[in-house]
Design a protein around this ligand. Structure first.
Ligand SMILES: [Mn+2]
Length: 197
């Protein structure tokens, strides 16, 4: 089982993240930001990753620090759980629709952080959630998990659908990338010989 537990404490947020890449897709969240939890749950279910995430953040200010720092801490946990990348696929991609919305996520567990984020939400808030924060979340996650990710929302009218297709596609792409590749057993999927240096 590829697991990791990471704690991160600042004056703005106190976070604990436990993940299992070889899980059953079960998410347990206590963060105070329900819409983010709904999105994290999509990564779990469609990535077949178990997550237990708690956060006590400065929500009296706004959701910003909580969302960004959960991204950072989840990124650190992913990096740790993915480990040396020997025998895995490394690359993953997925297209996910939800009614009128369609998103594509392509990722590479390259060891280098890089996010291309092409998403134009049709409204600024979903419920009480500021959609700007998704970019903060993914920047935090990608910078600390050291992966290259291209996120494109190709179309969509409903912002809840737009967001949900992005998170589902991210989950599925991640699942593909961390999957064991029988023919790659014992090998690093890079001619450089390492994906961690
Ligand atoms: Mn939904």
């Amino acid at each position: 089982m590829r697991t990791a537990t990471v704690s991160r404490n600042t004056s703005e947020t106190q976070i604990s993240v436990s993940i299992n890449l070889d899980g059953k897709g079960i998410g347990k969240f206590d963060t105070g930001v329900p819409f983010l939890e709904h999105m994290l749950d999509q990564i779990c279910r469609h990535g077949m990753i178990d997550m237990d995430i708690t956060c006590k953040g400065d929500l009296h200010i706004d959701d910003h620090h909580t969302v960004e720092d959960i991204g950072i801490t989840l990124g650190q946990a992913l990096k740790q759980a993915i480990g040396d990348k020997v025998g895995i696929r490394r690359y993953g991609h997925s297209y996910v629709p939800l009614d009128e919305a369609l998103s594509r996520v392509v990722l590479d567990l390259s060891g280098r952080p890089g996010l291309t984020y092409n998403v134009e939400y049709t409204r600024a808030v979903i419920g009480r959630f500021d959609v700007d924060l998704f970019s903060e979340f993914f920047h935090g996650l990608i910078n600390h998990s050291m992966m290259t990710v291209h996120i494109d929302n190709l179309r969509g009218i409903n912002a809840h659908h737009q967001a949900e297709t992005i998170f589902k596609a991210f989950g599925r792409a991640l699942r593909m990338a961390v999957e064991w590749d029988e023919r790659m057993a014992g090998l690093t999927p890079s001619t450089k010989g390492t994906l961690t240096a």
